[in-house]
Design a protein around this ligand. Structure first.
Ligand code: ZN
Length: 368
């Protein structure tokens, strides 16, 4: 009975881990019927391989007793300790360990090894297993079930204006382009080409403004100017790096859906070390219709292996948001700091509108 009472407290710790999306393992250390150490798994939150429940609890207990030896203590943990934690139990001279379920893949208190019962070490500990085993197993099972479900959720990002502060860039390239030909950039130009692929934009520009150069030459000229600017000067939206990394850590699929090409977006993603976070790149090289059609979002979902209805799309342009909705996806409008009128239109076209990716991060953290 005594053991169950304390194991229930270890389970409460495990729930705290689950709430923040960590593998739900919890631990308490009891000294003369007082809990003097608590811990739960925080490995992902803290980006620290040492963030196991037992280590945290041992740290707290040592501070509480003011001693590196935890003599007369009992350590309760929901899952059989790993080699590191069994080692820490030895080092701290904990005389008794009680655990819930065995860990067949990493357990070192009976499953793979028994580090606590080896007389070559100068310390051995009594081990009691199977206390509240059902409850300890259930919380793990439900966590991994949710985890696999999240694998079925996709997050699709537009690049220019959504991930990157690069909207200015094409205007700059366009302005330079027209200036070189001693022309003013037409006021409607930027809007017109905003949904077009690189190639479509060049064809449109050549025919609409009677440009002498070939489509190829126009593309090359844009290309050179843009690549240089992307590599050197483009920054990312606030908190988007943190958000994308968070999604990846939480086992979500992440995709890029952009009319742009890798030579532009890859140097930027690389610079911020988030290239590996992406499972799919649906870009201009696929030859899909522009964002007036939902095709590019549907293709991205297919590449990620996620059903459209489980996809969220981040976009800063109205047409993209409308097409994302047509694709059956949740459309999140991202502010690109334009005039009030344009931002209002983006907001109206979206299911949800954000000005900073920290809003999305907070929402997911609250959900768990
Ligand atoms: Zn461990």
């Amino acid at each position: 009975m005594e053991h169950e009472k304390y194991m229930a407290l270890a389970l409460e710790q495990a729930k705290k881990a689950k709430e923040i999306g960590e593998i739900p393992i919890g631990c308490v250390i009891v000294y003369k019927q007082n809990v003097i150490g608590r811990g739960f798994n925080t490995r992902m939150r803290d980006n620290n391989a040492l963030g196991h429940a037992e280590i945290t609890a041992i740290n707290e207990a040592c501070s509480a007793l003011g001693d590196w030896r935890l003599e007369d203590c009992t350590l309760y943990v929901t899952v059989e300790p790993c080699p590191m934690c069994a080692g820490a139990v030895l080092q701290a001279r904990v005389p008794r360990v009680v655990y819930g379920v065995p860990n067949k893949k990493a357990g070192c208190v009976g499953s793979l090894y028994n580090l606590l019962d080896d007389d070559r070490f100068n310390h051995r500990a009594e081990v009691i297993s199977g206390v509240m085993a059902q409850e300890c197993a259930d919380i793990m099972k439900s966590f991994f079930k949710d985890f696999r479900k999240r694998d079925k959720m996709g997050y699709i990002f537009d690049f220019d204006g959504t991930i990157a502060n690069s909207t200015y860039l094409w205007k700059k390239v366009d302005r330079d382009f027209f200036a070189k030909r001693k022309m003013e950039m037409p006021p409607e130009y930027a809007d017109k080409i905003s949904t077009m692929s690189f190639y479509e934009g060049a064809v449109f520009t050549k025919t609409a403004y009677n440009i002498e150069e070939t489509v190829e030459e126009i593309m090359q000229e844009w290309h050179k100017g843009a690549v240089r600017e992307y590599e050197k000067n483009v920054t990312l939206k606030p908190n988007v790096v943190e958000y994308i990394r968070f999604l990846k850590r939480k086992n979500r699929k992440v995709g890029l859906a952009t009319a742009s090409n890798p030579e532009f977006y890859l140097p930027v993603l690389k610079k911020y070390a988030i290239t590996e976070c992406f499972d799919a790149f649906a870009d201009g090289t696929l030859g899909l219709p522009n964002k007036e059609s939902p095709d590019i979002y549907l293709k991205c979902a297919e590449m990620m292996g996620v059903e459209p209805k489980n996809c969220t799309v981040y976009e800063d342009i109205v047409q993209g948001l409308k097409s994302a909705k047509k694709a059956g996806m949740l459309a999140v409008g991202v502010s690109d700091g334009r005039c009030e009128e344009k931002e209002k239109a983006v907001e109206a076209a979206s299911d949800r509108y954000i000005t900073d990716f920290s809003q999305e991060l907070e929402m997911l953290l609250k959900k768990k």
